[in-house]
Write a protein that binds this ligand. Structure first.
Ligand code: PRP
Length: 239
């Protein structure tokens, strides 16, 4: 067995701290606001990455820094996270798979974080199920036109009219704007309380880590260590 050099021992035990000495560039994280950000911070804490300032719910600050580890964090609207990462304003982003598919940015998706699990589904009243089986020209309301288009045009080969909405999608079939919706289902309670059903499943979703393509090369070591540490935590099932 090869004996570790003092520098290697330090690197092994205090990887992030040593890294700071070697590399003075901040690694910047863009986190999707809300539940995903809270869960991300909890997960990061388990690998020794903390950002106390960010826990203060009352703060109006937009950027949070961990000087010790040379890390910066900012909160952004979910759909903007892939944009920040593609342009390199953030090296790393944490965002839902739904947003990654919808935004279709040039970024690397490197890790499934396993939380924020839900499904993208085609939903509507029970009677609408038939309309999905006979290639009828129907209207589909959604916040995710790219995902809906891909599902209906490329997978089902059904021509539909996509109607873009910005929220409360379940309203559309109730008030007669569309026959079905393409939307996220988590617990299913919004559907149940509005008399709607899941008619077809498009794909499973969860939080993912995405990385800027240049950062992946330039910060290869730091980013790979982060991915490896997170994988260990996820395998241990502590998230
Ligand atoms: C999402 C989604 C559904 C709901 C599903 O909406 O669009 O409406 O959550 O969750 P459930 O299956 O647990 O009921 P969100 O709360 O993000 O608000 P929105 O309607 O503004 O999109």
């Amino acid at each position: 067995m090869r004996i570790m050099l003092p520098q290697e021992i330090l690197q092994h035990c205090y990887g992030w701290t040593v890294n700071k000495m070697e590399n003075n560039r901040y690694l910047t994280f863009a986190l999707g606001k809300g539940r995903l950000a809270d869960q991300t911070l909890k997960t990061f804490e388990q690998i020794g990455i903390t950002c106390e300032e960010m826990k203060d719910k009352k703060t109006r600050r937009l950027i949070f820094v961990n000087e010790e580890l040379k890390l910066r964090f900012f909160l952004a609207k979910g759909p903007d996270v892939p944009t920040y990462v593609e342009y390199g304003a953030a090296d790393i982003g944490i965002v839902g798979k739904d947003t990654i598919l919808e935004e279709a940015r040039n970024i690397y998706e490197v890790l499934d974080l396993g939380f924020g699990k839900c499904r993208m589904c085609i939903c509507g009243p029970k009677e609408a199920k038939e309309l999905l089986q006979h290639h009828e020209l129907i209207r589909v309301a959604t916040k995710y036109p790219r995902i809906a288009k891909d599902y209906f045009y490329n997978k089902k080969h059904q021509t539909v009219e996509i109607i873009k909405l910005n929220g409360s999608i379940e309203l559309a079939p109730i008030v007669g704007l569309s026959e079905v919706i393409c939307d996220i289902v988590e617990t299913g309670s919004t559907l149940r309380e509005n008399g709607l059903d899941v008619l077809e499943e498009v794909c499973p979703l969860s939080a993912r880590m995405v990385v800027n393509q240049v950062s992946m090369k330039m910060e290869h070591e730091r980013i790979n260590r982060l991915i490896t540490d997170l994988k260990h935590v996820l395998q241990e099932g502590n998230v």
